[in-house]
Ligand binder design. Structure first.
Ligand code: G6P
Length: 504
């Protein structure tokens, strides 16, 4: 990378905590880059390939300054984090304060002032990098809870930019959100954006309520009126400066749902490949040809309800409602945030439970639970989806849950049953799944039995309806509709009418 290109300015700037690649040391000692885990990367990769833009994010390593580079045709600008910042900003404030708080306090959030200081410092660094990389009037799209202060910091430095923010995880009800000692600063940070996107109608509603309660600002449907001072030097460049009903000057911010999706075509293509279908058959054979394969695929996270799923499965075995000869549960739990204590404890708990159930019920020829603590390439995931008669998504709280959509997209044979938690954002759209409350273990067990026994015709009917939804609303449509709202906002037009609905 030469000196000139380092100062290059881009028209579309994506900012997320992680770059879409991780650096890994090869066998020969040479470093290389491979796609990093997480739904966000899967969702945005196709957008970045189409647009001539740049992606700003952390490269996943400590204490290293890496020059901007290109990977797979995408321009990347790494933001460095020190070992201490990884502990305080990423593992601490992002994943031990905000993550549990925003997921209904399933685990208790920790509040530490030093973590907040690091969060502020790192958010400033991301905002500075975005300000430097953006062409005049550029569109900047900031992602997720790790970077909620970036929109306001960026607006302050570059009032000419069009700024969008998308929250991939839930936004909690006010009664929970109000615990946060820095609840006003986060709201101020987000309100720096022109458009703030959420997964569900309920998330956008929770956010607007927090704005009204904490700031006293008025909201009209999805529009939030942010008062500005007339002598504010930036007021001239604010695109949506208008007067409110009291005659005061306000900036308008659009906050509404934009339910994220997947690259549906990619999953359909993979699922149509003969070698992947053959691999699916092989998986069934390797499992001892059970009548029913149930599948769970999750990051090993306490929000995913893996323990609830195992409890229900274990009870069905204990009550002789199912037998290991007929039913196998495959649980893929990909390693995640392993240095955060709550995640370490969760792993121990899950592995203890799996060990107990297998010890009690497995036979020499049939294992009750095939537990896999790995991430897998997409090809293998699609083969697993094709092999799985029943997909179990039992999240206690989840922004969207793309696994549910990946399963549906992969079932080109219009077979398979999706058991889906109503606490996952996907349940707003995927209404023909068997919707469950994962806290209701009896209800979950009944849904699992119903899924096993469901006749082929009903499976096909439900799967066809689910597939229609995921085929129509793919990730390209999601990003296009968000970017469209942002572009319109650049022209001073906040579309009040016809927001995309996530009701199916
Ligand atoms: C969720 C978050 C993403 C995050 C991903 C993986 O999907 O919404 O922002 O990147 O989990 O988590 P990690 O901590 O490994 O980035």
């Amino acid at each position: 990378m030469d000196e000139d290109s380092r100062d290059e300015r881009y028209e579309l700037v994506i900012v997320s905590n992680r770059l879409p690649v991780d650096r890994v040391a090869g066998d020969d000692g040479e470093a290389s880059w491979r796609p990093s885990p997480g739904g966000l990367v899967a969702a945005l990769e196709p957008v970045m390939r189409q647009e001539d833009g740049v992606w700003i994010g952390w490269a996943g390593v400590a204490d290293e300054v890496i020059e901007p580079f290109e990977a797979d045709g995408i321009s990347l600008i790494p933001v460095p984090l020190s070992e201490q910042e990884i502990e305080e900003y990423y593992e601490g404030f992002s994943n031990d304060t905000l993550w549990p708080l925003y997921h209904d306090v399933i685990a208790p959030p920790s509040y530490h002032r030093e973590w907040w200081d690091a969060y502020l410092r790192v958010n400033r660094r991301f905002a500075d990098a975005a300000a430097r990389a953006s062409a005049p009037g550029a569109v900047v799209w900031v992602h997720d809870y790790q970077l909620q202060l970036v929109p306001a910091l960026l607006r302050e430095a570059r009032p000419d930019l069009v700024i969008g923010f998308f929250n991939h995880i839930p936004f909690p009800p006010y009664g929970i959100y109000s615990q946060l000692p820095w609840r006003r600063q986060i709201i101020d940070g987000l309100l720096g954006a022109d458009v703030i996107g959420f997964q569900r109608v309920a998330d956008a509603g929770n956010f607007s309520r927090a704005v009204r309660r904490l700031k006293g600002f008025e909201t009209r449907g999805p529009i939030i009126e942010v008062p500005i001072e007339s002598d504010d030097p930036a007021s001239g460049s604010h695109r949506h400066v208008t007067s409110n009903k009291h005659g005061g000057l306000v900036r308008t911010v659009l906050a509404r749902q934009f339910p994220i999706s997947i690259d549906t075509q990619k999953y359909q293509d993979l699922a149509s490949r003969p070698e992947i279908q053959e691999r699916a058959r092989q998986i069934r054979e390797d499992l001892g040809n059970p009548k029913t394969i149930m599948l769970g695929v999750d990051r090993l996270d306490y929000t995913k309800g893996i323990g609830h799923r195992l409890k229900a499965f274990g009870e069905l075995l204990a009550e002789d409602k199912i037998s290991v000869d007929d039913v196998t549960l495959v649980q893929v739990a990909s390693p995640s945030r392993e240095r955060v204590e709550t995640y370490r404890l969760l792993r121990d708990e899950i592995e203890l439970t799996v060990g107990r159930i297998n010890g009690d019920y497995s036979s020499i020829s049939h294992t009750a639970i095939a537990y896999l603590h790995h991430g897998y390439p997409r090809e293998e995931m699609v083969a697993l989806y094709l092999a799985a008669d029943v997909m179990l998504v039992t999240a206690l709280r989840d922004g969207m849950n793309l696994v549910a959509k990946e399963y549906v997209a992969s079932r080109v044979d219009e077979d398979g049953v999706l058991v889906l938690s109503e606490f996952a954002g996907a349940s707003d759209e995927l209404r023909q799944a068997l919707l469950i409350n994962p806290h209701d273990i009896e209800g979950l067990k009944e849904a699992m039995l119903a899924a096993i026994a469901m006749p082929r015709r009903e499976r096909a009917r439900r799967m066809r309806a689910l597939r229609k939804r995921v085929i129509t609303n793919d990730v390209a449509r999601w990003s296009a509709s968000f970017l469209d709202a942002l572009t319109r906002s650049a022209h001073g037009d906040h579309p009040l009418q016809n927001p995309p609905t996530n009701r199916g």
